[in-house]
Design a protein around this ligand. Structure first.
Ligand SMILES: CC(C)(COP(=O)(O)OP(=O)(O)OC[C@H]1O[C@@H](n2cnc3c(N)ncnc32)[C@H](O)[C@@H]1OP(=O)(O)O)[C@@H](O)C(=O)NCCC(=O)NCCS
Length: 169
């Protein structure tokens, strides 16, 4: 299987925040942002694996900044690490300033997707080689996050989470 880079899966979705997508403070509703991030992550996972992909876990979401009604929001997703059948997707969310056109980072999230066959069984995916400094940092920390996610889901015994244990030694 070909070795891929995070850039190969890069997916950028830009859209407005419209009435009906906001909370009572007129900021983007959290669930709407989660859906946009899930869509972008799903496309990135598909571009990496060229397979059917399903969301296995939402590992982390940080709603750091509110996104006001009328904002232009860009959701950028890239595969940060590929394991055997699962992949971690890192999602950065940007808001574009109307006057300057400059983008500022508003939120970020980390999702896990699994590539599956027509019957929903996990299938192997290509490996990934990070290129930039940021991609390497995200790649290096991904195994720790996978172990944490599996422990929290009750799918891994904490005693086997070697990367997590190393954090506290
Ligand atoms: C995701 C799914 C395919 C995993 O199936 P499974 O029986 O747990 O399969 P496995 O145990 O072989 O796990 C497959 C991979 O997913 C990873 N995985 C499973 N659950 C995970 C979790 N909570 N966090 C991180 N990784 C997870 C496993 O570590 C494994 O990774 P690897 O092969 O890269 O090492 C299955 O649970 C599923 O189909 N879930 C529903 C998905 C869906 O419908 N999503 C939309 C939500 S409505």
């Amino acid at each position: 299987m070909d070795l891929k880079t995070p850039e190969d899966s890069k997916t950028t979705l830009t859209d407005l925040v419209l009435p009906g997508e906001t909370n009572p403070l007129n900021n983007l509703f959290g669930g709407e942002l989660l859906a946009r991030m899930d869509r972008a992550a799903s496309i990135a996972a598909r571009r990496h694996s060229r397979r059917i992909v399903v969301t296995a876990s939402v590992n982390h979401v940080a709603f750091n900044k509110a996104v006001p009604l009328g904002s232009v929001v860009t959701v950028e997703a890239k595969v940060s690490r590929a394991f055997k059948t699962s992949m971690e997707i890192f999602i950065d969310v940007w808001i574009e300033d109307r006057e300057s056109g400059r983008s500022t980072k508003a939120n970020e999230a980390i999702y896990t997707f699994v590539a599956v066959d027509d019957t929903g069984n996990p299938v192997p995916i290509p490996q990934i080689e990070p290129q930039s400094k940021l991609e390497k940092e995200r790649f290096d920390a991904a195994l720790r996050r996978k172990q944490l996610s599996l422990v929290l889901a009750g799918k891994m015994n904490p005693k086997q989470a070697t990367e997590l244990k190393a954090l506290f030694e």
